[in-house]
Design a protein around this ligand. Sequence first.
Ligand code: FES
Length: 169
Amino acid sequence: MFTDIELYKLSCDISRRDFINKSAKTIGGIAVGSFVVTFINACSGDDSSPTSPNGNGNGGGAVQLTVDISSAQNSSLQTVGGLLTLGANDIDPQGIFIYRQSESSVIAFSRECTHERCQVGSFASNNIATCPCHGSQYNQLGNVVTGPAASSLRRYTAVLEGNIITITR
Ligand code: FES
């Protein structure tokens, strides 16, 4: 039998060396991208004085999500103007949109509608994403084009280096 501290140390060891690889899923017939989630600094390096778990499953460390745009599921982001929809993940339980803004930059934002927190649907061919709850619409920059939502989708820090996009919380 493990004590709570032993279980926590075991959990930290797993968090340090493991990452979660999420494969592509299909939601409502629309394919969504694949990504990898990594927990960073999940636990103290000093095993002699473990900190208490904070209940969020990662010991309070940062969470990083990476998207490889060379992968077939994410190929829409190889072109400037491309959009990708990610499903629920450890950064955002409602999922994330990524927009290829230029050769060197991307924008990432939450799929959580700013009206009453429903999950916004994937982008249509006119680059508009619609919330199924009350019809709010957002453009590829995450800005509201049709209410009742009044504010833009929440943005995340996103960096593009080579074929890898890194999004941090
Ligand atoms: Fe999205 Fe109301 S929750 S429009």
